[in-house]
Design a protein around this ligand. Structure first.
Ligand SMILES: Nc1ncnc2c1ncn2[C@@H]1O[C@H](COP(=O)(O)OP(=O)(O)OP(=O)(O)O)[C@@H](O)[C@H]1O
Ligand SMILES: [Mg+2]
Length: 361
């Protein structure tokens, strides 16, 4: 029995039951997000379990939860902690599904639009938020991930399994670690298949919340088979704002559709160049990525400016979100990573049934 002015768990749950999780269309209590609630006299402390540590709406959720609990008479202090439990894409089945919760492929129709740059910065941003992240360089023709991640070699194998390199908290695997840079990479179909397959099954990834896959440019057979060998839970298309790039991006979208890979959205890279006086110059046109998203009915994830520091950071092996975290460009990459993480979770939670992803031989 509660006496007047006494703060009870029921009262706290009732208050938090009125706070909506903005993306999941339900409240924090119904979603079972409130954990470890402790009340000592008027002191209330609890954890909010998010569906991704990179939740873009963390501060909004915290503010609303705090306001709700504050409105209970008798509450003298509130302590809110955040934890996370990333949901597993139900399409991830088998041995891999037990270890890797979500795989996200970064693709484009065209080469050189910034796929690898986006993949690297997204992976590092997610890892920095506290997620367990792997980065698989599936560009077996031009592996750029090791350079951009400043990773030189793999640690020695363990129990017949390759151990990924680790850079900035991200586990990294690339053919670039296995073949000297001056040796051409010529693949015949079956070799390519088995190489990529091994990157999934013969690498000790451990448990991952996200495996980010950097695909090679184009939408040919190689991309198709790669994307079928690696079970993908979602795809992201990178494009520049200009027309020719958008046409290629559209082919990239259709490639994902043909393979039944859910499209998480479009990232527009090199959107504009900011001049020292703050003016924006639209080097490659304007708004193309958003238009493409509208026309094709997919989400627009965000845009990243054209910034010489991105190139420098990439060449130096320190992604811009670490090298120059205070810049607008770094913040735009972080926003892209957070939006992606939120979309992955919303999709995984909304899945009613798993359509298993088939491995093909
Ligand atoms: N927003 C940006 N501003 C400036 N330079 C950028 C930006 N994004 C990428 N770059 C640079 O453009 C070049 C191409 O980028 P990146 O290698 O990421 O593209 P890609 O799509 O992966 O290319 P490929 O198709 O060859 O794999 C790199 O030198 C990179 O540093
Ligand atoms: Mg690349």
């Amino acid at each position: 029995m509660s006496v007047a002015g006494e703060v009870t768990k029921d009262l706290v749950f009732e208050a938090l039951g009125k706070v909506q999780e903005p993306e999941l269309n339900s409240d924090l209590v119904s979603l079972d997000m409130i954990k470890e609630l402790i009340i000592e006299e008027g002191k209330v402390s609890f954890a909010i379990e998010l569906t991704t540590p990179a939740c873009p709406l963390k501060s909004q959720i915290e503010a609303e939860a705090r306001a709700a609990v504050e409105s209970i008479p008798g509450v003298s202090s509130i302590e809110i902690r955040f934890t996370s439990n990333v949901p597993t894409d139900k399409r991830m089945t088998g041995e891999m599904g037990r270890l890797i919760r979500n795989t996200v492929a970064i693709a484009s129709g065209k080469g050189g639009v910034g796929k690898t740059t986006v993949a690297v910065n997204v992976a590092v941003a997610l890892a920095r938020s506290g997620a367990r992240v792997g980065l698989l360089d599936a560009d077996i023709y031009g592996p750029n991930v090791p350079t951009m991640m400043g990773a030189e070699k793999l640690p020695p194998p363990r129990d017949n399994k390759m151990v990924p390199a680790e850079a900035y908290g991200v586990k990294v695997m690339s053919i670039g670690f296995l073949v000297p840079p001056d040796q051409p990479l010529i693949w015949r179909g079956p070799m390519l298949h088995s190489a990529i397959r091994q990157f999934i099954s013969d690498v000790e990834w451990g448990e991952l919340d996200y495996l980010i896959v950097d695909l090679p440019p184009g939408t040919g057979d190689a991309q198709l088979s790669l994307a079928q060998i690696i079970p993908l839970s979602g795809g992201v298309i990178v494009t520049l704002p200009q027309k020719v790039s958008l046409e290629d991006a559209r082919r990239g979208l259709e490639m994902f559709r043909a393979m039944d890979v859910p499209i998480l959205g479009i990232v527009e890279n090199m959107s504009y160049l900011e001049m020292p006086d703050g003016r924006h110059v639209d080097v490659f046109g304007e708004g193309g990525g958003e238009r493409l998203a509208r026309d094709t009915g997919v989400s627009f994830i965000g845009s990243v400016p054209l910034d010489p520091e991105v190139r420098q950071a990439g060449d130096n092996g320190v992604p811009i979100i670490l090298a120059r975290p205070e810049t607008k460009t770094a913040k735009s990459f972080i926003a892209v990573a957070e939006d992606l993480a939120a979309k992955v979770s919303v999709r995984a939670i909304g899945q009613t049934e798993g359509i298993p992803i088939q491995f093909i031989d």
